[in-house]
Each structure stands twice: as structure tokens, then as C-alpha cells.
Write a protein that binds this ligand. Sequence first.
Ligand code: MRU
Length: 363
Amino acid sequence: MRVGDRDLRTIWADGDRVAVIDQTRLPHALEIRHWRQLDDTVAGIRDMVVRGAPLIGVAGAYGLALALRADAGEASLDAAGAALLAARPTAVNLRWAIERVRAAVIKLPRAARADAAWDEAGRMADEDASTCAAIGRHGLALLNETAAAKGRVEVLTHCNAGWLATVDWGTALAPIYAAHRTGLDVHVWVDETRPRNQGASLTAWELQQEGIPHTVIVDNAGGHLMQRGRIDLVLVGSDRTTATGDVCNKIGTYLKALAAHDNGVRFYAALPASTIDFRLREGRAIPIEERGAEEVTHVTGADSEGALRTVRVVPAGARAANWAFDVTPSRLVTGLVTERGICPASETGIRGLFPDLVEAAAE
Ligand code: MRU
């Protein structure tokens, strides 16, 4: 997507290194990091230099290629996969990426494995960009319907499910980018998304770069806006969606879905097939990542001089807990927007769009 006068993706091959946008520095600075070895990738995923389910999948694929460059044996491949999976447990895209790279290299002679993994990671990056563009085209229909009835569309989104969470285009924001480019009058309510503020810092930055009207709100404002008829549609991403349509996403998503249900507001999750866990039926079985308490107790931002400062917002010594994701049951989800179209959030709906993947998972 456009950043100033540049067209950027979140991740790309730069010679024999992996280049990524450092998302811990946004919106204050646009900095590129380079990874040369597996450990850089694991730390980059764990510390959220890169984040968002589709992006960490592609990052994981590149991480495996870097690991194979150092040691192309099976034990190295398995150890690298385990290290990557442990970096962030909730998004299923990491597992998907690791399995795909493994399948691409395992039958090759050792000497060919690293290059093959590198090429596969590059293909996965390109595919993610075109998959997200397709999600945008399908989701655009939803926005067009609303715009046809009232001339403009008000969307609420939670966390960051824009291009920064993928390779390009994004999931929940892809239809919004598509709509804006066709001249639709769209306005986005952006949940700040405590504790890491991905909405306030990343979604708002993305929308600003694209010139899309938006307003950042505190996480608790969505219900009030829905009661007042200020939201036509809720569009969020997902880190793992079960084969039965339960949607796991950033903490707080469930409360938005409850409020949407109570107010008759449509609630959609936008996600690629790589985010569907075709082997899992129960949302409750999804591992929920717990992160450090300091993400809750401290906040980082720019002071009036533009210098970054981290400040404590709780009494010294206060305990804090930090679950990063929650699960919205399928009954609260109006539909899933995917690269193959929109389906009900149900086993039948998912099977209807992805019969081949449902079958492959059953083997
Ligand atoms: O903890 P994060 O920032 O990786 O969480 C990201 C989200 O929850 C996104 O909404 C999700 O990955 C879907 S993004 C395309």
C-alpha cells in the first residue's frame, strides 16, 4: 500500500535477508528491520515487530528458510518450527505456514531445501497479497449494499486487520480500501484496542496514509454508538476461526459482537482460508496467548516534543493480567468474508466455500 510516495509491503526478500516494517515503531517512525537468521524471526514475531495472523504466517515461512540455510536437516526444521509456534500460540497461520514449507522441502536433497523454502515463502507472500485483495472485492459488496440504502457507510473495526497485519491490503480493512477507491463515502470508527493500541497506532496510521475518514474511539464506546445508530457494520479480522465458525480475534472483539447482536448491527469477520483451523470444532479449544503485565500497566507514546516516553498508569506494584485474544461464538457472527466469497459462520457455510480444504484436513 501507499506510504507517502512509496509503495510498501510489510515483508519482502532483500537480497539474502528478510526485510520487514518494524510495527513497534509506528506511528511515530517508519523503520525497516532486516532478519538474517531464525532467531531474528522468532524474536520479531514474539516482540510484535511483525504481527497480525497472515503476516506472522509468511514471516514464519521465511524464518524456516533462514533456519534451513544454517542447517538443512530434519531436526533443524522441526526445532525451527517449534520455536516459531511457541513465539505466538493463537494465530493458526503459523502452523499453516510451517506445514506448507515442510511439505515443499522435505522430499528434496538437503542442499536444495533452503532455496526451495525461500521461494515458497516468497510465493506465500504474493498469494497473501492477492488473497487479501480478493477479500476486499467480496467485502465491497457489503459496503455497497449499505451505501445504496443510505448514501454512506459507517464501519467499526477492532485492533488492526489492515495491510500491516498481512502482506498487503489487509483483511477487515481490504473492503474499506476497495470502497474508498471506488469513491464510496465510508467512515471508520477505530477502536484504540488496549493494551497495545493496534487500532490507535496502526489502523489509524494506515487509514490516514490512504486518506480514509476515520475516528479513533476508546474500546468501550462501540456499544453506545450502535445504540445511537452510528454504526452500520462491524468488520474485524481473525487469528483463528474454527471449522464451525467460531471466531478468535483480539481481546474485546466478543464484547463488540454482543453489542452488535443486541442492536441488530451486522458483524462480519474477514479472513483468508489460512486462518481457518479446519481441524478444530470448538472455539474454547483455541490456545489464548497471555502476554506480559507491563503491556497493561504501562503506556508508550510521544510527548509534546515528539520524544517517545513510557509511563506507568496503575499504582506501583498493582497486579495486571493480559489475555490477548477472545472467541466470538459463531451465533453472533453474521458471516465470514473470505477470498472465495462470503459465507455463514457455520460448518455448512465453510464447507460450501472450502470443500477441498475441509476434505484435505480430514485425511
Ligand atoms: O496481537 P496482534 O496484533 O497480532 O493481533 C492481530 C489481530 O487480532 C488481528 O485482528 C488479526 O490478526 C486478524 S488480522 C488480518
